[in-house]
Ligand binder design. Structure first.
Ligand code: ADP
Length: 514
């Protein structure tokens, strides 16, 4: 194992990697921008180096600077996390050329899977089913129209270099095509510096189901089970779970084998994810392979007992996976993850900034908090609005939903708007509880799920409690004794409500003084 590792990331994933390092006895070196000087990942690492001003392009995206820091601190390996430089083949190559170990797949595999069109070609070659569509960039709108005619509307225009749902446009009729193509190209050019766009058939009402894979450097490839990530807004995941209600052991085996075949075709090593669309008839189509650890990896860790980040390090250090090649894992229990973001669902998910004034974290059985924030910390517009991931694990899906609801109810974040209450409403929704969801579900239900709750302020609750207690004190002692001896339901209820209100107010006061 390495003695020292550079964590080329920030926030919750940096902390996640630092924790894995500590358990493996590896010293961690954090990097940070000036905006993150007081972040938990900086404090928790064994060493930390400031790499520049707040904008990512001047700090976390400076590959040369990161390699310089790795060298200067004596780090032997670099873990890129997700986002930033994690899927940049040139960076993986530069790390390798500097004599350091890249904790991820070979640069060649990142390249092979980096363009959606190239990945589709590779998948087709490996016998992996892909969404019907093209494997080359479009020349112009006329060509797009011809292809759309052939596959039938609706079609989806997608950026070849795409990621994060950017450069994607659904086209429902021929008249919309030219404008949609121009918009997709523009967005792709801005986001990726590459305006290449291709066409896929738009699948109606599928689920997003992905398979986690792990490959070592000794020829063993494993399918670590599926995650369902159908709760999406604007093609971005908000809630993930493992396993999926729509996946039988037989389908799991087929999807698992397919994912391992796709990885093998790309010469894969380390952790990766094959994303699929699963249609209503149980047919699945390869979308893309993410060549890095994913945000939602903890749900897989919960139901398999594997520490995926530790395995990333162990594989990079040359260790063998202690399982037979081609093993497809079966899940134990059910896990759900909610992405807690600094966004205001009641205002079109507008990013929210400011200082976190209070933070109370959920705990108790089966609750995991992967966060990168603390009270006093500043949420800025420089980085992704995801503050943390709340993850629960329970024996069954209904119990996991109840546990997530309980954990979300315990969570208090003050100072910025967050997605907490939105997640509570999803957990309460009959469709979600029935597992009756697709990738379009959230967008269709957004008005009711994003609705602001009826505001009840603690001060109001406290006033009600005070009134109830005052009334109780006014009643004759004899009467009270009688009531206490044989509490009628109607009498007992207000006392409980008053106690609850005081308890809640007390908790908040306690938080204020902390
Ligand atoms: P990105 O890399 O930008 O995240 P993906 O190819 O992974 O793009 O797709 C993101 C999401 O967009 C998917 O999870 C799915 O919800 C939706 N999507 C992608 N392709 C299709 C398709 N052909 N039909 C319907 N929905 C799609």
């Amino acid at each position: 194992m390495f003695s020292r590792l550079l964590v080329a990331n920030r926030g919750e994933i940096a902390l996640r990697i630092i924790r894995a390092c500590r358990e493996l006895g590896v010293r961690s070196v954090a990097v940070y921008s000036e905006a993150d000087a007081r972040s938990p990942h900086v404090r928790e690492a064994d060493e930390a180096v400031c790499i520049g001003p707040p904008p990512s392009k001047d700090s976390y995206l400076l590959g040369d600077r990161l390699i310089e820091v790795a060298r200067a601190t004596g780090a032997e390996a670099v873990h890129p996390g997700y986002g930033f430089l994690s899927e940049r083949a040139w960076f993986a190559r530069a790390v390798r050329d500097a004599g350091l170990v890249w904790v991820g797949p070979p640069a060649e595999a990142i390249e092979a899977m980096g363009s959606k069109t190239a990945a589709r070609q590779l998948a087709i070659g490996a016998g992996v089913p892909v969404v019907p569509g093209t494997t080359d960039g479009l020349r112009d709108a006329a060509e797009a129209a011809g292809i759309a005619e052939r596959f039938g509307y609706p079609v989806l225009l997608k950026a070849a270099a795409g990621g994060g749902g950017k450069g994607m446009r659904v086209v429902r009729q021929p008249g919309e095509l030219a404008a949609a193509l121009a918009a997709a190209r523009r967005e792709a050019q801005n986001a990726f510096g590459d305006d290449s766009v291709y066409v896929e058939k738009y699948i109606e009402g599928p689920r997003h189901v992905e398979i986690q894979v792990l490959f070592d450097h000794h020829g063993t490839g494993l399918a670590i089970g599926e995650r369902e990530c159908s709760v999406q807004r604007r093609h971005q995941k908000m809630i993930e779970e493992a396993p999926s209600v729509a996946v039988s052991p037989e389908l799991r085996r087929r999807m698992g084998e397919t994912a391992v075949a796709a990885g093998r075709a790309a010469g894969y090593a380390n952790a990766g994810t094959c994303e699929f669309l699963l249609d209503r008839d149980g047919r699945f189509y390869f979308l893309e392979m993410n060549t890095r650890i994913q945000v939602e990896h903890p749900v897989t860790e919960c139901v398999t007992g594997l520490d995926l980040v530790q395995w990333q390090l162990r594989i990079a250090a040359g260790e063998r996976l202690p399982f037979a090649d081609g093993t497809v894992f079966e899940p134990r229990g059910w896990a759900i993850e909610c992405r807690i973001t600094a966004e205001d669902p009641a205002n079109g998910f507008l990013p929210s900034t400011g200082r976190i004034t209070h933070l109370h974290l959920p705990a108790g059985p089966g609750v995991r908090w992967d966060g990168g924030i603390e009270a006093g910390g500043e949420v800025t517009l420089f980085y992704d609005p995801m503050l943390a991931k709340l993850v629960v694990h329970a024996p069954t899906r209904p119990l996991a939903i109840a546990r997530m609801h309980r954990a979300l109810s315990e969570l208090v974040i003050e100072g910025v708007e967050t997605s907490r209450e939105f997640h509570l409403r999803v957990m309460e929704h009959p469709d979600f509880r029935a597992g009756d969801i697709s990738i379009q579900w959230l967008e269709q239900r957004l008005p009711e799920l994003a609705a602001p709750p009826v505001p009840v302020r603690v001060e109001q609750l406290a006033a009600v409690a005070a009134a109830l207690l005052a009334q109780r004190d006014r009643t004759a002692p004899a009467q009270r004794a009688g009531a206490d001896a044989s509490p009628a339901a109607g009498r007992a209820a207000p006392r409980d409500a008053a106690a609850d209100a005081w308890r809640l107010a007390g908790r908040r006061e306690g938080l204020r003084s902390s």
